[in-house]
Design a protein around this ligand. Structure first.
Ligand code: GLY
Length: 315
């Protein structure tokens, strides 16, 4: 079976000064995730590692580097889903957690529930020995400055995601050597969001969806719009109905634009290893690895051939 790993680093108007760091970040995450698949690991392990890599990278709005809410605090959302069994886990509005995607996975594997939020999620993290960090350690100097400059929530969707004020989300999808798919998505949400606001990212079927009967999807963009059209499930539905992966993404993103004037992006992979990355914002950093070849892009219509970082995985 062909193995494939695709990641995105958020759909928004990535400024030129952040472009190369964003592209390097998605390439590194794609290589990390692909290494897991090459060693025979599961799609679930691969997407978790790829997303953790981006949560740890301060250039992205997830984990370290997340945007700040109206009170100047980090609140993180994440989800993960296994397409083999439809089992999934999610956390919302968590604080002091370095890798919310791993907490989401623990919710999936160690509880009878699918989502834990706020204090409950933090208590659960403590109960399984997942370390917490001081809130400030997740805040970058860049984000502190941006938050100081823009102490107002931007309500216009076009302005939000086609300006440099939006700053959005990371995600990964994969198919492994057994033909199983998985997805994971993680975010700090939207700068200056209300305290307690939860977007699409941790919501199963909106921020991500994975089903071996269709494929795996991870979304990014304006959360309230994505929630209205349950974007990830909509894309999976089109794939289930036999649409090519690229067409399923285009149709669903256009529908979101037409129906609720929402902008965003998504990545998807089918169980046969067909994949695509699409967006309706100015830019989205993405990277994919298939057949030991790395691809990446940032601007619309980019599909650039790059180099795998971890050559040992080919041996
Ligand atoms: N797409 C991330 C959010 O709106 O929170």
């Amino acid at each position: 079976m062909k193995v494939v790993l695709v990641v995105h680093g958020g759909a928004w108007a990535i400024p030129d000064e952040m472009a190369s760091a964003s592209v390097d970040g998605v390439k590194a995450a794609a290589c990390e995730g692909y290494t897991v698949l090459k060693k025979g690991g599961s799609a679930l392990d691969a997407v978790e590692l790829a997303v953790r890599t981006m949560e740890d990278n301060p250039v992205f709005d997830a984990g370290h580097g997340a945007v700040l809410n109206a009170d100047g605090e980090v609140e993180l959302d994440a989800m993960i889903m296994d397409g083999r069994t439809l089992t999934c886990g999610a956390v919302s509005s968590v604080q002091n957690i370095v890798n919310p995607v791993s907490l989401a996975r623990a919710v999936k594997e160690k509880t009878d529930h699918i989502m834990l939020t706020g204090r409950g999620a933090n208590l659960f993290a403590e109960s399984i020995g997942m370390g917490t960090v001081p809130t400030d350690s997740l805040v970058t100097g860049y984000e502190k400055n941006e938050w100081e400059k823009h102490k107002k929530y931007i309500t216009g969707i076009k302005e939000l995601f086609n300006s440099q004020w939006g700053h959005d989300t990371v995600g990964a999808v994969a198919v492994d050597s057994s033909g199983n798919v998985a997805c994971a998505t993680s975010t700090g949400g939207i700068r200056n969001k209300m305290v307690g606001r939860v977007g699409d990212s941790p919501i199963i079927g909106s921020g991500g969806y994975a089903d071996n009967l269709s494929g795996a999807v991870s979304c990014t963009g304006h959360g309230e719009s994505i929630l209205k059209v349950t974007l990830a499930r909509l894309i999976a539905f089109h794939m289930e109905q036999g649409k090519e992966v690229e067409d399923a993404l285009d149709l669903s993103l256009s529908y979101m634009g037409d129906r609720v004037q929402g902008a965003g992006g998504a990545i998807a992979v089918s169980t046969s290893g067909k994949w695509a990355a699409k967006f309706t914002t100015k830019r989205m950093a993405w990277s994919a690895v298939e057949n030991d070849v790395l691809w990446y892009g940032l601007d619309p219509n980019d599909k650039i051939k790059g180099h795998l970082f971890q050559f040992h995985i080919l041996q």
